[in-house]
Design a protein around this ligand. Structure first.
Ligand code: MSP
Length: 656
């Protein structure tokens, strides 16, 4: 099969920000995913360089439009590789071949009578570079730019868009997948329920010269949208390039909701007029806000992808953007949300899984993938195989539907299962018993093959991390050329493969606020003391000594917590430092080192006292206490067993 995927071509009046990055990461991820499905893929992005906005921006910087567009276009081109975005073609509307294609199309549409000359007056929004209808104005202003449009009255050329209105309604209605998600399809159909006006497609040279001259009237240049949309054809060699038909028949455009109208209305009617089939699909996503506020230069909250990559790495940025936004809905960016996903989803869940599994494979199998011992395969193992194969199927469906967050959710469900698989199968216990050697090999094989599958499905989303995973699994070449069909099933990891334990995939981010939190802790501690003095103790009555009231017990906040990291503390042979989710993350210091090894604790659900005042032990602030039962035998030997819950229950659940 063949895939042709495009992003909008971005205006060069601003530097790339996370909004541009998101759309382009989506298109890149989809193109990598379709390659994984065995497709021949063409992925195109580029820059939109004509129009009034660009002239104004160049004037603002005191340079010519040409100098200006070269510089900013280049910064878009340079930004993409740092985000692991690899387009096959980068188009600029100032490219000579594009200018020729636009002029040829204009001439063709003009010759067949779909362009006419007329007088027009209307509300022109410079930000949108188009005339807005009365209905689109909110309190007399453009709702997107919050500016009052200019009243423009001039003679211009018009495209007979209205002629194609009925055809367009019919096309959208009979192709439910033409515009998705559905809310945007409905928005377009609702707009089309009113009579469609013709489209003004020229600007007089007296007002603007930075554009493509109309081939049939040198006193006018082409309206920027009529020029820009045609990039999707130029880039694949319209009209006679060898690949044009092949790619155009499968064209999919990705845009945000801001440019729905030009893509869903102008573009299909233009194509219909020029005798080119409609594109196949339009995928429309929502807007990124920042800390719940619209991103804008004047507010000063514009988030630059380069800065994020520098700080968090490319995989974290790509993962976060794809996981956090439900495609089609708006989403709010915050560094807290990004850091929390980095620490919980990446460092704890997938990062830990890889490092624990590879450590065990190193320790108990000399880093060589063992043969499965068929006689030892259990029903639970088969459940895991089903879950892994279902994950690949769900992931494929979600990726094809542009539901990237759902695709990632299905991967993370399996990651959770695998972390639990380690705890329930306890390879460290199996390793103690030579009779269990076969079972140990089976468990280790399951882990190695599961990691291989994860590295495969994560490739489109996090190419750099997936390469590291593949290298650790000795599967670099195999996974680089793998397809989902051939490799996306259970049991393809060859026994005997040599593994290499590399560096941690996603080292945990140290919390910057640590000192502040400790200071706050002290502060709260002081307040707590003050409060204690204030509140007269609910003293026990004589015969009730040693008992507490319901109210007193109710003050103790017990919660179910999952251990996500565990490590020994230097010079403290009884203590372990734990990170738990309850559901927020916290650090605990627990005196259980003599009874539990760090590796067997990860993934366990325990009960903690969640509202204990923070206390410092060996320089580490412990924010709570893990409960355990202690038994002391006649010789004074202690045995300690962690308190836990009898069934599966969400972390953070209150124990009362
Ligand atoms: N040049 C036109 C597009 C012509 S396509 C034939 C244009 N350029 S733009 O620079 O304004 O880019 C708009 C696109 O950038 C949006 O459709 C979206 O892909 C991306 N985004 C810009 N800001 C965004 C957010 N705040 N959030 C999400 N995406 C955003 O319009």
């Amino acid at each position: 099969m063949t895939t042709y995927i495009t992003t909008p071509i971005y205006y060069v009046n601003a530097m790339p920000h996370i909004g541009h990055a998101y759309t382009t990461i989506i298109a890149d991820t989809y193109s990598r995913f379709r390659r994984l499905c065995g497709d021949e893929v063409r992925f195109q992005t580029g820059t939109d360089e004509h129009g009034e906005k660009i002239v104004q921006a160049a004037e603002g910087e005191g340079v010519t439009p040409r100098e200006y567009v070269d510089r900013i276009s280049d910064s878009f081109r340079q930004t993409w590789p740092s985000l692991d975005i690899a387009p096959d073609y980068f188009i600029r509307t100032t490219d000579a071949d594009h200018i020729k294609v636009v002029q040829d199309i204009l001439q063709k549409v003009y010759d067949q009578g779909d362009i006419y000359f007329s007088e027009y007056s209307g509300h022109y929004c410079k930000g949108c570079e188009r005339f807005l209808t009365e209905k689109e104005l909110v309190d007399g202003k453009c709702p997107d730019h919050q500016t009052v449009p200019e009243e423009v009255s001039e003679q211009n050329y018009f495209f007979r868009m209205s002629k194609y209105q009925d055809w367009l309604i019919d096309h959208i209605k009979s192709n439910p997948e033409y515009i998705t998600p559905e809310r945007y399809r409905n928005e377009v159909l609702s707009f089309l329920s009113e009579p469609l006006e013709d489209l003004c497609i020229s600007r007089p040279c007296s007002r603007l010269t930075w554009g493509i001259p109309l081939p049939f009237d040198e006193n006018f240049v082409t309206y920027v949208w009529f020029d820009a949309l045609i990039n999707y054809l130029t880039g694949i060699g319209y009209p006679e390039g060898p690949d044009f038909e092949k790619y155009w028949s499968v064209a999919e455009h990705v845009i945000a909701k801001d440019i729905l109208k030009p893509h869903a209305i102008y573009w299909p009617t233009m194509l219909q007029s020029m005798g080119v089939a409609p594109y196949k699909r339009l995928h429309v996503h929502g807007y990124w806000n920042v800390d719940e506020t619209k991103m804008s230069k004047s507010i000063g909250n514009v988030v630059r992808p380069g800065e994020l990559v520098e700080k968090y790495g490319v995989d974290t940025v790509r993962y976060f953007l794809l996981r956090e936004m439900s495609f089609g809905r708006d989403s709010s960016f915050s560094t807290e949300a990004l850091e929390s996903r980095r620490n919980s989803d990446l460092a704890n869940d997938v990062g830990n899984l890889f490092s624990r599994a590879l450590t065990m494979l190193a320790k108990y199998a000399d880093s060589i993938v063992p043969e499965i011992d068929k006689a030892t395969v259990t029903d639970e193992d088969r459940v895991l195989v089903d879950a892994l194969e279902n994950m690949v199927a769900d992931y494929t469906t979600a990726m094809n539907a542009f539901e990237f967050h759902k695709a990632l959710q299905s991967i993370w469900e399996v990651i959770g299962m695998l972390n639990r698989f380690i705890v329930t199968n306890a390879p460290w216990e199996l390793a103690k018993n030579p009779d269990q050697a076969g079972r140990l090999n089976t468990v280790l094989y399951f882990l190695a093959d599961s990691l291989r599958l994860l590295a495969l499905v994560l490739r489109p989303v996090m190419p750099t991390a997936a390469d590291k995973m593949a290298a650790a699994l000795g599967q670099e070449e195999e996974l680089a050329k793998a397809t989902l069909e051939e490799e996306g099933c259970w049991g393809r990891m060859p026994a005997g493969t040599m593994l290499h334990q590399g560096d941690a995939l996603f080292p945990r981010l140290e919390k910057k606020k640590k000192q502040q939190t400790q200071a706050q802790g002290k502060e709260q501690g002081k307040k707590g003391k003050a409060k204690k003095k204030e509140a007269a103790p609910d003293t026990t009555e004589g015969d009730m000594e040693g008992l507490i009231t319901f109210e007193q017990f109710g003050k103790v906040e017990l919660r179910v917590a999952e251990i996500v990291t565990a490590e020994k503390i230097k010079k403290a042979n009884k203590l372990l430092k734990l990170t738990v989710k309850a559901p927020e993350e916290r650090t605990l210091v627990a005196g259980i080192a003599k009874h539990y090894s760090p590796e067997e604790l990860i993934g366990r659900k325990v009960i903690i006292v969640a509202n204990l005042k923070p206390a410092k032990l060996m320089g580490i602030t412990s924010q709570g206490m893990v409960l355990a039962a202690k038994e002391v035998d006649a010789d004074g030997n202690e045995r300690l067993v962690l308190s836990t819950v009898a069934g599966d229950i969400a972390v953070g659940s209150r124990v009362s």
